[in-house]
Design a protein around this ligand. Structure first.
Ligand code: SAH
Ligand code: SF4
Ligand code: F3S
Length: 476
């Protein structure tokens, strides 16, 4: 459930373990275990790190006990996310000690946004860590690992480097197990210059940087050649994309989407996350004109009261957001929206929280991620007066999530009886069953032959459960 339970945002997924290893090449094969926390950008980075390590002879394992290299790719967005890293390091320390008992070495690397934010502090708190490496430096990972192998310890690499990591990484080569994967992430833009007062991302990821169009088209082609059918372009503000185009001009996200749409074999495109301020006219038009662009948009609004939005430095009002939603829905009437919302930002009154609820009722979301405000060290909001007490935040979150869950299930029920295109991704639990995704990222279960894997089929939706839909492929 997206809006319930733990703080799991669209840009923050439950930790995922790396894919299982390819068959063992030799008894001396070096193994890496990567555990990823946080947003899709971290998932993408872990894939790239895994591929770079693969080129250096490492195979992936999902059992940390078997790994001579354990890498945590971390998230700093909320307090709980950061604390998870230290408890995970406690577990890894125990594994390292056990492995040492049987004569096996274990290198421990902390990468990602906690690495960037805490740097050497991580090694002070958890001396088991051999290397701390920030999100913009991981192209240097193989060289740093070689230094650890030759006996160095306690390395910290968190300067923002001059060079662009993407230009120094090996070309995309999906891991053998991932080769049948039909969907992939593609980071189009890094960093963030928006400095919302609650947020650590501008500090952990650095300045906004758009990758050149040609590099993205090339990477997309390679992924499609390897079987990928759906790409999600990533960036903390991906709709502010302005990468160098082949003509020497800066291209907008809409133009990039146009170029990627021309790739044969690519069926679907998505992008996330978008800032309401950067929803340009050509991008809104792309929702009307680009058939490969899915009618589903993640557009965080954070809060319903203009005073809070101003204090958050969002630089848009509730009315701006509503007007934007109206324009998007006129461009693409079947467009559905998801969003992020924070409750209990410093100074938020009951009436201001009610404004957030009113906004949710007015827009109606297919999906939403909602969080209690979590003060982050070094951000302006953390030192603002009138921090909201924890029980008030908890009560507001509960009320908000009840409303969001109602909207989410109403949206799913609304699809029953309709026909939607579904991209089939994997076999279901029962023989003869496949699982695919609707345009709105819901799982759809059907009875169908394996030949449908990797293909899109018009599917009549028969029923809606709490977490998935069931349907039947229409005669094609
Ligand atoms: N770039 C995206 C958001 C990235 S972080 C955007 O601008 O919308 C994902 C979500 O985490 C945010 O949208 C916000 O809702 C939430 N978030 C970020 N910092 C937070 C904090 N300090 N406390 C609680 N939620 C936070
Ligand atoms: Fe954080 Fe705001 Fe940047 Fe999003 S736009 S990453 S919330 S600073
Ligand atoms: Fe977390 Fe960093 Fe992503 S703080 S949400 S992993 S950009």
């Amino acid at each position: 459930m997206s809006s319930g339970g733990e703080n799991i945002g669209l840009l923050e997924k439950p930790p995922v373990d790396a894919p299982a290893p390819a068959p063992e090449a030799s008894a001396r094969t070096r193994r890496v275990h990567i555990k990823t926390f946080g947003c899709q950008m971290n998932v993408y980075d872990s894939e790239r790190m895994s591929e770079a390590l693969g080129a250096g002879g490492y195979t992936a394992t999902d059992t940390p006990e078997d790994a001579s290299l354990v890498l945590l790719n971390t998230c700093h967005i909320r307090e709980k996310a950061a604390e998870k890293v230290y408890s995970e390091l406690g577990r890894i320390r125990a594994i390292k000690i056990r492995r040492a008992g049987i004569g096996q070495e274990t290198m421990v690397v902390v990468a990602g946004c906690v690495a960037q934010a805490e740097g050497a502090e991580i090694i002070r708190r958890a001396p088991v860590v051999d290397l701390v490496i920030g999100p913009q430096s991981y192209h240097r990972l193989p060289a740093l690992i070689a230094r650890i192998q030759s006996g160095e310890r306690g390395l910290v690499e968190t300067e923002f480097p001059e060079e662009d990591k993407f230009e120094h990484l090996p070309e995309r080569q999906l891991a053998p197990r991932a080769r049948r994967q039909t969907t992939a992430f593609l980071t189009a833009q890094e960093g963030c210059d928006k400095f919302c007062t609650f947020c650590v991302v501008p500090y952990t990821r650095g300045a906004e940087l758009s990758r050149p169009v040609a590099r993205l088209v090339e990477e997309a082609r390679r992924l499609v050649d390897q079987g990928v059918r759906e790409l999600t372009l990533l960036g903390q503000n991906v709709n502010a994309y302005h990468g160098a185009g082949p003509d020497g001009n800066a291209w907008s996200l809409a133009r990039l989407i146009g170029a990627l749409s021309e790739i044969d074999g690519l069926e679907r495109l998505r992008y996330m996350t978008s800032h309401p301020r950067d929803m340009s006219d050509d991008l809104i038009a792309a929702h009307a004109n680009e058939p490969k662009l899915m009618p589903y948009l993640h557009l965080p609004f954070q809060a319903g009261a203009d005073r809070i939005l101003a204090a958050m430095n969002r630089k848009h009002t509730a009315a701006d957001y509503m007007a934007l939603v109206g324009r998007l829905r006129r461009a693409r009437p079947d467009l559905a929206l998801s969003t992020d919302i924070i409750v209990g930002f410093p100074g938020e009154t009951d009436a201001e929280f009610e404004a957030t609820l009113a906004m949710v009722r007015e827009v109606v979301f297919a999906q939403a991620y909602s969080f209690k405000y979590s003060p982050r060290p070094g951000t302006p909001a953390a030192s603002m007066d009138r921090q909201v007490p924890e029980p008030v935040k908890a009560e507001r979150l509960q009320r908000l999530q009840a409303l969001l869950e109602e909207q989410q299930s109403a949206f799913a029920r609304g699809l029953v009886g309709r026909t939607v295109p579904v991209l089939f991704e994997k076999a279901g639990r029962k023989p003869g069953q496949l699982i695919g995704r609707s345009p709105y990222l819901q799982s759809v279960h059907v009875e169908a032959a394996d030949a449908w894997l990797g293909r899109v089929a018009d599917t009549a939706i028969l029923s809606a459960g709490p977490n998935s839909l069931a349907g039947v492929i229409k005669a094609q």
